[in-house]
Design a protein around this ligand. Structure first.
Ligand code: CUV
Length: 624
């Protein structure tokens, strides 16, 4: 599709990435600062030129501040996601929004986990109490975030409390981080790095855990489901609507309204309405509804280049403004839906949970009307989509393993880890990045680990890569080492499938709560901290600050995290050493504090080798 775009003179992110080839050395090293009007300052820590900014900040301070800045962005995005969903749950419980509670069991389980009274209460009363408890995590001024009390692993929590970095409420912590990062604020690089860890925890608990829990309550906890991946999921004969972004509140409704209005599609000569997913909104829908996925982040513009897309509906995050320029070459209508996320030239259909039905209906009707404007000569849809299985929530996994050990569903996994059938667990997460060859890093790390019997769980656009390259269906078993392969086959039979797929798709970026829930449960069974487990995270192709914040949340639990893209901290030896150093090294390191560290390696084969080494190191320390 890239060559189709180029042959038609349509510019995409891949072309712009080429034009941007020379990276700014100051920005890359994290040593430029635009925090005040004394600057902008850029310093040269090891060469000829100024070694401090006008205010006296040195490279360590600048690099730590610029990292914290990235973390603030990441944490804010996910916290806002959580808050939006909490508001939607509240309005649903109050009968003001047209959603229903699809998973009452999960609602009760979450309410109990939050120590809420459920005896004698109606579903809506419990849902309201859960929503208000969630919203407290953006309001309270003392104590600890409710979701950390509920979901945080006790042994990790002790470390955070001792360091004084446990968040009180998301908005308070974000405001504090912005303040400490401003000119004249915090200048201590180590203190700033601890501030980054707090952002990781804000992201993890007010963003990831809170969102996954509440979305499961509203839309159902994911179960094994089949979907197809690639641009070939667009259907030439149907009205195609792509849903893109992150929050599934509106897109769930669009799926509903597409079914209701299917008959209208026939009146304009289409054979039906086909919803396809892009990025994490796509992940949300495929996990719960089996909606086909068309594209990850990098190639989002190429969905439009097919010429067969009637509308691309976007909510928040990871939406390239470039989609509008591409859409103007076709009949595709870009529809923004959030008041704080608009694109010049795009149509805006405002979304509020109260008016979800009206918004979804308008969007589907607009798409139906756009079908008449499609130019058949411009339509190019690649062929050959890949079948994939997803929906592996912790609940779904335990349902499968519970068939082997009903009393203790995790035991079969723990036994497999202990006896080496599973050498370790890796969460393959994060994005694709137009500056990197798409999917190669994600797929290579996964294949290297699978070959070595590492169980892969995956989320986000990394999951798109693995689905596209066949690692979510039976054929992908050839990538696995022998012991992992037979375990997946054995478990699959209990799930009523011929095998579990090599890569277990756990959902969107906010669903990075799920791998951590799995690890926490295993750690509890073994009575060890999460940091003792032979588990790692890998983010080979990230572009997003959110992925770095998620990585930090993993590190705060003592899980090593690999990043394949330069995190822009090389301007400070102190910051680099603190993040990437080992516990045996001199000075303070993340590994020493939390038991997990950052691994920066752009070569995916080398990265996998390092991850295996760390897995083996943790196995040895555990005595398994
Ligand atoms: Ni949140 S953050 S590109 S869509 S995973 Fe995809 Fe996932 Fe990264 Fe964005």
């Amino acid at each position: 599709m890239l060559s189709v775009a180029r042959s038609r003179g349509i510019e995409t992110a891949f072309d712009r990435a080429d034009q941007m080839a020379a990276r700014c050395p100051f920005g890359s090293a994290g040593v430029c600062c635009r925090s005040c009007l004394e600057g902008p300052c850029r310093i040269v820590p090891n060469g000829n030129g100024p070694r401090r900014g006008v205010c006296g900040s040195n490279a360590d301070t600048l690099v730590a501040r610029s990292l914290l800045n990235t973390m603030i962005q990441g944490a804010s995005g996910h916290a806002e996601h959580g808050r939006e969903v909490a508001m939607a749950l509240l309005k649903t419980a109050e009968g003001k929004a047209p959603y229903v509670i699809r998973d009452v069991g999960k609602l009760m389980q979450v309410a109990e986990g939050l120590n809420l009274e459920i005896e004698g209460k109606s579903i809506n009363e419990v849902a309201k109490a859960v929503a208000l408890t969630a919203l407290e995590d953006f309001q309270k001024h003392e104590g600890t975030m409710n979701w950390i009390e509920y979901r945080g692993h006790k042994k990790s929590r002790e470390i955070w409390d001792k360091l004084g970095i446990t968040p009180v409420n998301a908005h308070l912590e974000i405001a504090k981080a912005v303040t400490r990062n401003a000119m004249g604020g915090d200048a201590d690089p180590l203190n700033l790095l601890l501030g980054s860890v707090t952002m990781g925890l804000v992201d993890g608990y007010s963003g990831l855990h809170l969102s996954s829990d509440l979305q499961d309550i509203l839309f159902g906890t994911p179960k094994a489901v089949k979907f197809n991946y690639s641009l070939a999921v667009l259907n030439e004969k149907q009205i195609n609507i792509a849903v893109h972004g992150h929050i599934p509140l509106l897109s769930e409704k669009i799926v509903e309204w597409a079914r209701i209005l299917e008959h209208k599609a026939l009146t304009v000569g289409a054979e039906g309405i086909n919803i396809v997913g892009v990025c994490c909104t796509g992940n949300e829908l495929l996990m719960r509804q089996g909606v086909h996925a068309a594209s990850s982040f990098s190639s989002q513009e190429l969905v439009i280049v097919t010429g067969a897309l009637e509308a691309m509906v976007v909510d928040i995050q990871c939406i390239m403004p470039g989609i509008q320029q591409v859409a103007e070459c076709f009949h595709t209508e870009i529809i923004t839906t959030m008041p704080h996320v608009k694109i010049p030239g795009a149509t805006h259909v405002n979304f509020e949970p109260e008016y979800a039905d009206e918004a979804a209906r308008e969007i589907v009707e607009r798409s139906i009307r756009n079908f008449a404007k499609r130019d058949p000569i411009k339509v190019v849809i690649p062929t050959g989509s890949v079948e994939a299985y997803a929906g592996f929530s912790v609940e779904q996994l335990c349902e499968v393993t519970g068939k082997i050990n009903e009393k203790n569903p995790l035991q079969p996994l723990i036994d497999a880890i202990k006896d080496g059938t599973i050498r370790g667990v890796a969460a393959l997460i994060g994005c694709t990045n137009p500056r990197e060859p798409q999917d190669i890093g994600n797929v290579t790390v996964a294949r290297e680990l699978l070959k070595n019997n590492v169980l892969i769980v995956t989320t986000g656009c990394a999951a798109h890569s693995l689905a596209k390259y066949g690692l979510m269906n039976e054929g992908g078993l050839e990538a696995c080492g022998d012991s992992l392969k037979s375990l997946l086959q054995q478990l699959g039979q209990h799930a009523g499938l011929s095998t579990l797929p090599p890569a277990l798709h756990m959902g969107s970026c906010v669903d990075n709560s799920r791998p951590l829930d799995l690890l926490s449960a295993i750690a509890d069974e073994l009575n060890v901290p999460v940091s003792s487990l032979p588990a790692v995270g890998s983010c080979p192709e990230t572009h997003s600050p959110k992925a770095l914040t998620i990585g930090t949340y993993f590190i705060a639990h003592g899980v090593d995290v690999h990043v394949g893209v330069d995190p822009q901290v090389s301007g400070s030896n102190l910051v680099t050493r603190t993040l990437t150093g080992s516990r045996e090294d001199k000075g303070i390191t993340m590994d020493g504090l939390f038991g997990g560290k950052l691994i920066v390696e752009s070569d995916p084969v080398k990265a996998a080798a390092i991850l295996l080494e760390r897995i083996d190191m943790k196995r040895e320390a555990l005595g398994i």
